[in-house]
Design a protein around this ligand. Structure first.
Ligand SMILES: [Zn+2]
Length: 255
């Protein structure tokens, strides 16, 4: 289930047509005063590993950890890699997997700042390895937006970054790393109805938003509504959405 736990012969024995390899993409960046900087990579990798655990056909590669986070660089602790670095890094990981014959590769993202790079990776790598390999990319909070919105209680803006959803997930996954006494709620005013700061919101407009312009704490959202039970429900619901997509992806035709 975890690629780094397997031996080379065990990997050689995996069915190349049926096995789905997942690369999880997150970030190492500020998540307000109450969550660790590894939040995005920890959450997305835990979701992928849980989905893989309940299936027999999915293996999760070790996560590259770092993501594209220039919009968080004004806050201490953020480690950002550039778009070109991320393209090269994930491209080399995927190329290695393809060299070893894998034919179904899924990029699962958990960080908004990686979104545009994810789109480019899924399409350029898909083209590079066409028609032998199926490559897809998704962002978990977009895939499971309906499921997340059915559980969350905050108004739009309450679940942007280190808000209700991410804080609940971390209270479920790693409560010792969460400092709820330091949590603050911020509903950012982006200044335009065309701009959304919520995880499950969507807008046709693309622009750059520096988090420090809208939130002095770095929080977008309402961590006061977070709790571990809600985190468990969110986690289960998101893993369910991921599993449904993996069922579908497992059936995408190979030529
Ligand atoms: Zn995050």
């Amino acid at each position: 289930m975890r690629y780094e736990h397997l031996s080379s012969p065990a990997i050689a024995a995996l069915d190349r047509d049926a096995t789905i390899l997942i690369v999880s993409l997150g970030a190492v960046e500020q998540h307000g005063p109450h969550l660790p900087v590894g939040t995005d990579s920890m959450i997305v990798t835990a979701l992928c590993e849980a989905a893989a655990r309940q299936r027999g056909d999915t293996v999760v590669l070790p996560p590259p950890w770092y993501g594209v986070s220039p919009h968080h660089m004004r806050f201490p602790g953020t480690v950002s890699i550039g778009v070109d670095t991320m393209r090269a890094l994930v491209g080399d990981i995927v190329d290695s997997a393809v060299t070893h014959g894998f034919r179904r590769i899924l990029l699962v993202n958990g960080h908004g700042g990686n979104g545009p790079t994810l789109d480019v990776l899924a399409t350029t790598l898909g083209h590079r390895h066409h028609p032998r390999v199926r490559i897809a990319g998704l962002t978990y909070f977009q895939l499971a937006a309906a499921e997340i919105d059915a559980i969350r209680e905050s108004a739009p803006g309450g679940a942007g970054h280190a808000g209700e959803v991410e804080t609940s997930l971390m209270l479920h996954l790693a409560p010792d790393l969460v400092g709820m006494e330091d949590a603050v709620a911020v509903y950012p005013d982006a200044g335009s109805p065309y701009l959304t700061t919520d995880l499950t919101g969507s807008s046709p407009i693309r622009t750059f938003t520096d988090f420090s312009d809208l939130s002095s704490s770095g929080v977008f959202g309402d961590p006061s509504l977070a709790d571990a039970g809600k985190g468990e429900r969110l986690f289960t619901a998101i893993v369910g959405s991921l599993d449904r997509f993996l069922d579908d992806f497992a059936g995408w035709p190979l030529t």
